[in-house]
Design a protein around this ligand. Structure first.
Ligand code: P1T
Length: 379
């Protein structure tokens, strides 16, 4: 099955009871048993729920993986991955990543004895110097939030396999429409399904997909034992969102490209970070591992003018100033004070998250209206 068919049918069966085309919302905590243990595969909804199961199968299908898991948020999914580790283990992570992921690593798991190295991975050879016997996981975000750095997943996977280290890729920005990390050698693909997979800014959810049965069993165990699952209503909404992922992504990419080129020549703008530009440092890798360049981009104001940046995001009318991304509506954000404020200023600035940086999640509205909105806000 090809991707555009998988988003609609992948992993799905019509409802066995009445043939409903969409999986019913099984709003139940528990399931009747005829005798202790005599049930139809479902005992208790933290462990299994048919609507969540349908979504987990869809996650696996669109990522070309075998096993899918759904969680109550993207961070809950990352939390489950980190629980594969033990005190003394070490993780090598991209130096630029979502601020909440950084906070989870440094403020929660570091206190449990796990050591994190935040490494500039655009040059994959940098990773090897941090590898030792305790290294158990490489955490890659690509494109990174919000700097749009691109990491060569296949090159990192060659390294991770050589050293028997798990490789996890946060595929939130790209989505499986653009990039399929398991195909490129990753062991775990992670999503904030809150974003493009849900697609309508109405659900907070996370997902994981893996191919290895033993790894899947460990993660299912953690999912059930820790309990950070999502509910059946939310599972239904994300299943519905996934059905239009391919058409939404196509428009996100088209609009993102038009806006990137508009911003590039604007006199009030210094730099535009978008992997589709030929002068983006890892454009060639983006081109080879992604189908297109997505709807996310960020830019800085000339002279790193903080006041002008704040005025710009306040003036935007079609773009809403808000956290999050990946919905049908366009959003803008100021990473230094919003999504990445949990990263210390000195660390933020080392990776380019300066005070005039603005991030756009380009929606699927008419692109002329989006460009006119940016034009008026900047002037
Ligand atoms: O918000 P949640 O569903 O828990 O997902 C966390 C997360 C993980 N990974 C990436 C790349 C993300 O962008 C996020 C969430 N990001 C935002 C809320 C944001 O505005 O950047």
């Amino acid at each position: 099955m090809k991707f555009n068919t998988k988003v609609i049918h992948g992993g799905q069966e019509h409802d066995l009871a009445y043939g409903a085309v969409m999986p019913p919302i099984y709003q139940t905590t528990t399931y009747a048993q005829t005798t202790p243990g005599g049930h139809k595969g479902y005992e208790y909804s933290r462990t299994h729920n048919p609507t969540r199961h349908a979504l987990e199968s869809a996650f696996a299908s669109i990522e070309n993986g075998k096993y899918g898991l759904a969680f109550g948020s993207g961070l809950a999914a990352i939390d489950a991955v980190m629980k594969l580790l033990k005190p003394g283990d070490e993780v090598i992570s991209t130096n630029n990543l979502y601020g909440g992921s950084y906070r989870l690593f440094t403020k929660i798991f570091q206190d449990f004895g796990i050591k994190f190295h935040f490494v500039e991975m655009e040059n994959v050879s940098h990773i090897e110097t941090y590898i030792n016997d305790n290294t158990k996981l490489i955490w890659v975000e690509t494109p990174t939030n919000p700097m749009m750095n691109i990491i060569d997943i296949q090159a990192v996977s060659i390294l991770s396999k050589k050293h028997h280290i798990l490789l996890a890729v946060d595929n939130t920005f790209a989505t499986p429409y653009l990039q399929q990390p398991l195909e490129l050698g990753a062991d775990i693909v992670m999503h904030s399904a809150t974003k493009y997979l849900g697609g309508h800014s109405d659900v907070v959810m996370g997902g994981l997909v893996v191919n290895d049965k033993a790894l899947a069993d460990k993660l299912y165990f953690i999912q059930n034992a820790s309990g950070a699952i999502c509910g059946p209503q939310d599972s239904f909404l994300v299943l519905r969102g996934i059905k239009t992922l391919h058409v939404r992504m196509q428009r996100h990419c088209e609009n993102g490209k038009a806006i990137a080129y508009f911003l590039k020549t604007h006199p009030k703008i210094d730099k535009v970070f978008w992997p589709g530009f030929e002068d983006h440092p890892n454009h060639a890798i983006a081109k080879s591992q992604m189908k297109d360049f997505g709807g996310m981009l960020s830019f800085t104001i000339t002279g790193n003018d903080y006041k002008q940046a704040i005025k710009t995001v306040e003036n935007l009318k079609v773009f809403t100033l808000a956290e999050s991304l990946g919905g049908v509506e366009s959003l803008c954000g100021h990473p230094a004070s919003m999504t990445h404020s949990s990263i210390p200023k000195s660390e933020r600035e080392k990776i380019g998250i300066v005070d005039s940086l603005i991030r756009l999640s380009v929606g699927i509205e008419d692109v002329d209206d989006l460009i006119a909105d940016l034009q008026q806000a900047l002037s």
